[in-house]
Write a protein that binds this ligand. Structure first.
Ligand SMILES: [Zn+2]
Length: 248
């Protein structure tokens, strides 16, 4: 039985969301077992895993995915987007965030150490999901997603809720080349040595984008420290976790 972790500030009537751990799927090691990324793992087992996610939410939604490319492009989801059969979406665009006001679209971000950030505006009934690895953090995809919610759907930043999923914590986000790779503004988020607190970086970016501090929350779950999650840094060859949000 699959069971998603949830974040309190995203518990909103008419909104469903969840961060799935690696249990309850049919993939074999090393991607055992709820690997949600079509790729090296078998097409049929990943499709079954995706169908289990859809079934958890009642089976009456279209799963909308991206070809994530570590950029800051945000896609607005249309009525014809997504699939409900679990198969890979060959038309999925290259981008790193999804946004919609259309009910029945389950937006999914795939990660194994990167952050999935889920967004919801209970006033305008808009949801979004973003993929933020360190490159996405450098390009501030969190703010790009908020900007799209504001500009395209007339959301007010102070109404938007955001939740940060399982990802490398301040204990494990080590960047030995940080002086080359990360902007100087990130230096104040060092958590010792070459370690960085990317949860705090995202919270700051969301706060700077106009979200209220009490509308921003994190599961504070480090993927590398805890075997419940897929972790690229720990396992290299592994599966991908799914984080999803949608409007009913
Ligand atoms: Zn850790």
């Amino acid at each position: 039985m699959i069971r998603p972790y949830t974040i309190d500030c995203l518990h909103i009537p008419g909104v469903v969301h969840g961060f799935f751990d690696r249990s309850g799927g049919v993939s074999l090691p090393p991607a055992d077992s709820l690997n949600l990324a079509h790729g090296e793992d078998g097409e049929e087992v990943v499709s079954e895993n995706r169908r289990r996610v859809l079934a958890f939410f009642g089976g009456d939604m279209d799963l909308v995915t991206l070809r994530q490319v570590h950029g800051n492009r945000v896609i607005c989801v249309g009525a014809g987007d997504g699939r409900r059969d679990g198969l890979a979406d060959s038309h999925a665009p290259e981008a790193d965030a999804l946004c919609t006001d259309i009910p029945g679209k389950l937006l999914m971000i795939l990660t194994a150490d990167c952050q999935a950030i889920l967004f919801a505006d209970p006033v305008k009934k808009v949801v979004a999901a973003a993929h933020a690895g360190w490159r996405g953090s450098v390009q501030n995809i969190a703010a790009a997603t908020v900007e799209t919610m504001v500009n395209r759907y007339a959301c007010r930043p102070e109404d938007i809720r955001a939740g940060i999923g399982p990802s490398l914590g301040p204990c494990c986000a080590e960047f030995v080349n940080w002086k080359k790779e990360l902007p100087s503004a990130f230096a104040s988020f060092r958590s010792g040595g070459d370690l960085f607190d990317f949860w705090a970086i995202t919270e700051k970016q969301l706060n700077d984008a106009g979200l209220k501090p009490d509308h921003i929350s994190s599961l504070n779950a480090c993927t590398r420290c805890d075997m419940r999650w897929f972790s690229y840094r720990r396992e290299k060859n592994t599966g991908r976790l799914g984080a999803v949000i949608g409007l009913l």
